[in-house]
Design a protein around this ligand. Structure first.
Ligand SMILES: Cc1cc2nc3c(=O)[nH]c(=O)nc-3n(C[C@H](O)[C@H](O)[C@H](O)COP(=O)(O)OP(=O)(O)OC[C@H]3O[C@@H](n4cnc5c(N)ncnc54)[C@H](O)[C@@H]3O)c2cc1C
Length: 286
């Protein structure tokens, strides 16, 4: 199928983009990498009158360090998450997640901002953002606000971005001494969306793990913070007992969807297996 006809405009600034959206009375869609928007047009899942291209806006690009936070412009491509040394050093879960996202052709065009704004519950980068306790910089006609990733993902394909607002950047707090991370997923084929995925970050001290942060994906309508599993690991060294307790805690943390192809009990089982695998292979990043 071909997409319905639409107008196209390339915005030169965030203000430009927002006023084009307002002039179209909201019958418009922002376009960044286009790898979710364009298929949805071709499948006629949506038919906006106007596509507003964000790719030329300077405020949405660039990767820079400020006061212990890495600012990653929303237009940063998936492939940069894989290769950029600043992202690898200061937002390492994005680097760990990137090889699992689709295939090279898609990673060359798809953007981090587009992935987070799209908020597919099976996507890798949203869970990595939650686990890293990232904050999302959103521009509106009222100004700019920062929303913690925990509050950003509201529901399936729904975020804290209101109609017409623009996600400008992702801010990630830099790793502290002793920080460890782990990321993995179970998918039918490499590059497919995950059946279950896990992003984990913690600080490893002589006395055990601190600041444990676990986000699971493809287990609900958005990335799910596994609070009981986090508590089960806090203050403990990683060993078989600690891992078993965290796996058991997922029973309370998760309420996965049930469908005949993929029953909830199977998803919970896979989440436990995957979390055990990730916890047994945590890597030091600072
Ligand atoms: C074959 C295939 C396989 C894929 N596999 C995976 C996978 O395994 N894992 C995965 O995570 N993704 C996968 N994707 C999706 C891909 O990663 C997309 O690129 C990504 O989800 C969206 O990023 P984008 O830059 O292409 O955004 P676009 O498609 O341009 O936009 C996505 C949505 O976000 C909105 N938007 C974009 N940027 C902004 C912004 N700055 N502010 C406000 N709203 C904005 C758009 O209006 C749109 O609603 C796959 C895609 C394809 C085609």
């Amino acid at each position: 199928m071909k997409s319905p006809a639409f107008e196209y405009v390339r915005a030169e600034s965030v203000a430009d983009a927002m006023s084009a959206y307002a002039e179209a009375d909201g019958d418009a869609v922002y376009l960044s990498g286009g790898h979710s928007v364009v298929p949805s047009l071709a499948l006629r899942l949506q038919a906006p009158a106007l596509l507003i291209d964000l790719s030329n806006i300077a405020a949405l690009s660039g990767i820079s360090l400020h006061d212990g936070w890495l600012r990653i412009g929303a237009m940063t491509r998936h492939v940069q998450a894989l290769k950029d040394p600043l992202i690898a050093a200061h937002a390492p879960l994005f680097t760990a997640a990137a090889p699992f996202v689709a295939h090279p052709a898609i990673r060359n065009r798809g953007t981090l901002g587009g992935s987070l704004a799209h908020a597919d519950p099976a996507s890798e980068f949203p869970a990595a953002a939650v686990a890293m306790r990232a904050e999302l910089e959103i521009a509106s006609s009222q100004g700019i606000r920062r929303v913690p990733a925990d509050d950003f993902f509201v529901d399936i394909y729904e975020t804290a971005i209101e109609p017409g607002e623009v996600l400008q950047a992702i801010h990630v707090p830099s790793p502290v001494a002793g920080q460890v991370i782990g990321f993995d997923e179970i998918a039918r084929r490499r590059g497919d969306y995950a059946m279950v995925g896990a992003a984990v970050q913690a600080v490893s001290r002589g006395s055990g793990l601190e600041d444990v942060s676990i986000a699971l994906f493809s287990v609900g309508n958005h990335p799910v913070r596994a609070r009981k599993a986090q508590a089960a690991l806090t203050g403990r060294m990683i060993d078989a007992d600690a891992i078993a307790d965290a796996q058991a805690a997922l029973e309370d943390d998760l309420d996965p969807p049930d469908d005949p192809q993929f029953p909830a009990s199977m998803r919970l089982h896979l989440a436990r297996v995957l979390l055990g695998r990730v916890l047994a292979n945590l890597e030091a990043v600072a």
